[in-house]
Ligand binder design. Structure first.
Ligand code: HEC
Length: 285
C-alpha cells in the first residue's frame, strides 16, 4: 500500500510536470521535421524510464478488473451474458482473441476490430444502447465508459502473445488493402496523409517521436500500450481514440465511432505488426 501511494504521488508529480510542458502554445501545423538529433528526445527517454517503473503497478489494472467483472458477472435483459460473445475463437473465449482481430465475423458479415466486436457483444448480450455508447465513446476525466473497461480486460487476456491478425478471408484481405490506401491518402488543408507523419523513420513533432508504421517493428506501436492509461487525466484510452485523434492531427474530419475505415486502418497496421509480441494494456502520456 505504502509503495502504491508513493507510485501514485510520483504519477501526480510527473503528470503536473508533463502537463506544464504540454501547455506550451501549439505552433501552427507544419510537416514534422526530420530529426537530426539523437533518435529519441530527452523527454521521451525520461518518460520511458518512468513508464517502466510505473508499469509494475499499472493503474490500467483497475479498469481491467472492472471489465472482467462486467464480462463475467453482468447479465443482459434476457439473462444473456458475455459468455455468449464470440471474439473469433469461440463463444466466451477471451484468451488470445485481442491479438487476432481485426477478423471476419460471419454472424454479422463484417470485418471487425476488437473494440467494435466488444461493443457489438455488449449491445447484443448485455443490453447496452449503441446510441448511448456513441454519445460518449471515449473516456474523459469524468467517466471511463464500461465498454472501455471491457476492452481493457479483453486486451489484457492477450498479454505476451504474438499479434496474429488473420488474412484468410477475402474481406480480411480487402480491409488490409483499404487500410493501406487510407494510410497513404493525402488531403485536407495541409495535404497530410498518415504517412506524412508515420511513413518514414526518425520523424518527430515537438517532444514526440513518431513511429514509422509501415515497418513491422514500429507498427507494433499501434498496439503496444493500447489501451493506455493516460497519465495526464487518469483514464483509459483505446486504439479507436488514437485513430480519431490522428485524424484530428491530420486536419481531417473525425470519423464516426466504429466506422469501417478505422477497422481497415487497424487491419493494415495490425497485419504489418504480425509476429510482434503484445505486452498488454499500458501507460500513455
Ligand atoms: C500531423 C502529424 C500526424 C498525422 C498526419 C498522423 N499522426 Fe498519428 N501520431 C501523431 C502524434 C503527434 C502522435 C503521438 C505520438 C506520441 O504520443 O508519442 C501519433 C500517434 C499515433 C499512433 C500511436 C503511436 C504510439 O506510440 O502509441 C498511431 C497508431 C498513429 N498515430 C496512427 C496514425 C494514423 C493511422 C494516421 C492517419 C489516419 C495518423 N496517425 C496521422 C501525429 C500524426
Amino acid at each position: 500500500m505504502k509503495q502504491r501511494m508513493s507510485t501514485l504521488l510520483a504519477v501526480a508529480a510527473f503528470t503536473a510536470a508533463f502537463a506544464a510542458h504540454a501547455q506550451q502554445p501549439a505552433k501552427k501545423a507544419a510537416p514534422p521535421a526530420k530529426a537530426a538529433a539523437p533518435a529519441k528526445s530527452a523527454i521521451t527517454q525520461e518518460f520511458e524510464k518512468f513508464r517502466e517503473v510505473l508499469e509494475e503497478d499499472n493503474p490500467a489494472e483497475l479498469f481491467e478488473a472492472k471489465g472482467e467483472d462486467i464480462w463475467k458477472n453482468k447479465k443482459g435483459p434476457n439473462g444473456a451474458s458475455m459468455a455468449q460473445c464470440d471474439l473469433g475463437l469461440g463463444a466466451g473465449v477471451v484468451k488470445g482473441a485481442y491479438v487476432q482481430m481485426p477478423r471476419w465475423f460471419a454472424d454479422v458479415g463484417q470485418v471487425m476490430d476488437a473494440e467494435r466486436r466488444v461493443v457489438h457483444c455488449m449491445v447484443k448480450y448485455l443490453g447496452y444502447s449503441e446510441a448511448d455508447i456513441r454519445k460518449q465513446p471515449f473516456s474523459n476525466v469524468n467517466k471511463t465508459p464500461d465498454h472501455v473497461s471491457v476492452i481493457t480486460y479483453v486486451a489484457a487476456q492477450s498479454r505476451n502473445m504474438k499479434i496474429a491478425a488473420p488474412q484468410k478471408h477475402p474481406k480480411e484481405k480487402e480491409a488490409y488493402h483499404i487500410g493501406q490506401e487510407i494510410f497513404a491518402y493525402r488531403a485536407g488543408p495541409y495535404d497530410f496523409s498518415c504517412a506524412t507523419c508515420h511513413g518514414e523513420d526518425g520523424k518527430r513533432i515537438r517532444t514526440q517521436d513518431l513511429p514509422n508504421l509501415r515497418k513491422p517493428d514500429q507498427a507494433i506501436r499501434a498496439y503496444q500500450g493500447w489501451p493506455g492509461y493516460r497519465m495526464t487525466g487518469g483514464f483509459m484510452l483505446t486504439q479507436q481514440w488514437r485513430m480519431n485523434d490522428c485524424f484530428r492531427q491530420q486536419r481531417f474530419p473525425e470519423p464516426s465511432y466504429l466506422s469501417d475505415s478505422i477497422t481497415a486502418l487497424l487491419a493494415y497496421m495490425t497485419v504489418t505488426a504480425n509476429g510482434q509480441v503484445y505486452k498488454g494494456p499500458g501507460i500513455k502520456r
